[in-house]
Write a protein that binds this ligand. Structure first.
Ligand code: SF4
Ligand code: SF4
Length: 440
């Protein structure tokens, strides 16, 4: 099968401080868990429990308030001991229920019960996905039921694309999940296809993971019941979460094979598995796979962590820090969000947590542009980040250079390669979008 490269730009990204990809380690259950009432960029859920109440594992504790909002569930049994609010690294204020673990678990350690879903209508499937608070388990974390509902009115065919492009070492958690829960990932895709009347499923897989692609396809063929399936192998350049670049690779494949994918619906493997759990196990998102690493961490590893576990506890389970970290953030070093406090919890979208030493950052001092042109070379959409950055700083936005500025998707490549440590993508994205665009 032909391998397609992204058309331009991108960077190669080796990082020896990421966790190994063999298997996951189950993290300790948190004695105190912090359950934020919003775990994505949408609206906050309305709390339906109060301080002093006892909650069960998986119980609804925050009700979503319409489109853009998602239900929130307790991930451990216990008592709500207080409500807290704090300012996050990006200055947003978040609030959360703090639950002190107590009592017995209803799901943990118990045999799973499977519920039949084949006879359910798309509406019923979407209702279950909404009820169990399923959001995209990465990026901005859009509620999946909203995504599926918006597709419902589209007339043209559309294709579900399972994104399994894992060469970015910081996608280790997704990779391990895909290996350990391949049946749930595949069935999650089939459920989604039924909920949204998808006309084809495409498995977009890294070329280096051909075998995994074949396994996904094999697994899907046994449960797809005639739904067309395709395996598309893509090359291993960053940015790999970038929808636009991946779509380009898919369009080339489509043309070559004489297919019509129509509009794409992208899902990551963690989201597909969460959809499976909601519909087939009637289970909210209680935990997730998280890649924990960075040069400051003694023993990087992929961990299966309860939502609400404080980030400081996860680092402690990885042996703590070698030295004082210069930067602690969630996501990946390429596209991370700085953590303001080690008491911040793991949420539904936390796929990675890292702590890095100053030497891994290549120094922290910002210097003047030396005109090396590296940022322009790596930009996947052919912008000149240096010029955009300069025009923002001199308050001279406008003219030809800004006509295409909206094509910036915040991949972070320019910022990573800049030898002067200029905050290029951060500044450009803030200026254009007032925050991070939904491109992951
Ligand atoms: S962040 Fe924007 S300007 Fe920088 S490389 Fe990516 S697309 Fe180009
Ligand atoms: S990579 Fe940094 S130093 Fe080089 S041209 Fe771009 S902004 Fe200037």
């Amino acid at each position: 099968m032909k391998i397609y490269s992204f058309p331009q730009g991108g960077i190669s990204f080796d990082d020896m401080t990421v966790p190994p990809r063999y298997s996951s380690v189950i993290a300790f259950l948190p004695g105190l868990s912090v359950i934020p009432l919003v775990q994505h960029t949408g609206c906050r859920a309305y709390p339906i429990v109060s301080v002093g109440d006892f909650v069960r594992e998986g119980m609804l504790v925050g009700r979503g308030q319409g489109p853009g909002s998602a239900n929130v569930h307790a991930t451990v049994p216990g008592r709500v001991v207080r409500m807290v609010s704090w300012k996050m690294g990006d200055n947003h204020i978040n609030d959360a229920l703090v639950i002190r673990m107590a009592g017995s678990f209803e799901r943990l350690g118990k045999r799973e019960e499977f519920f039949p879903w084949r006879g359910l209508s798309p509406l019923e499937l979407r209702r279950l996905i909404s009820e169990y608070g399923i959001v995209e388990m990465e990026g901005v974390g859009s509620p999946v039921s909203d995504m599926l509902k918006s597709l419902h009115s589209i007339k043209e065919p559309y294709t579900l694309v399972l994104r399994c492009v894992f060469d970015d070492p910081w996608l280790a958690a997704d990779y391990v999940l895909c290996r350990e829960r391949i049946k749930a990932v595949v069935e999650g895709c089939i459920i989604t296809a039924s909920a949204a009347r998808v006309s084809r499923i495409v498995f977009a897989v890294s070329y280096k993971e051909k075998e995994l692609g074949a396994e996904l396809l094999d697994e899907a063929e046994s449960v797809a019941q005639g739904l067309p399936l395709s395996l598309v192998l893509v090359s291993s350049r960053y940015p790999q979460r970038n929808r636009r670049e991946l779509m380009y690779a898919l369009r080339l494949y489509e043309k070559r094979e004489g297919l019509d994918f129509g509009s794409p619906l992208f899902l990551g493997p963690a989201t597909a598995a969460a959809i499976h759990d909601a519909v087939k196990l009637k289970k909210p998102i209680l935990d997730r796979y998280v890649a924990v690493g960075g040069s400051a961490v003694k023993t990087p590893q992929v961990m299966k962590v309860r939502i609400g576990t404080r980030i400081g506890e996860i680092f402690a389970e990885c042996g703590g820090f070698i030295d004082t970290p210069q930067r602690i953030a969630t996501g990946s070093p390429l596209r991370g969000r700085v953590v303001a406090d080690l008491d911040e919890p793991v949420v539904k979208t936390t796929y990675g947590v890292f702590a890095i030493l100053e030497k891994q950052m290549g120094g922290t001092a910002v210097r003047n542009c030396i005109g090396c042109g590296e940022c322009r070379v790596v930009c996947p959409v052919g912008l000149d980040p240096k010029v955009l950055y300069k025009s923002i700083h001199t308050k001279q936005k406008g003219g030809a250079v800004w006509e295409r500025a909206g094509e910036c998707h915040g991949c972070g490549c320019c910022e990573v390669v800049c030898p002067s440590r200029l905050p290029l993508s951060t500044t450009i994205v803030n200026s254009i979008y007032g925050g991070h665009p939904d491109v992951s």
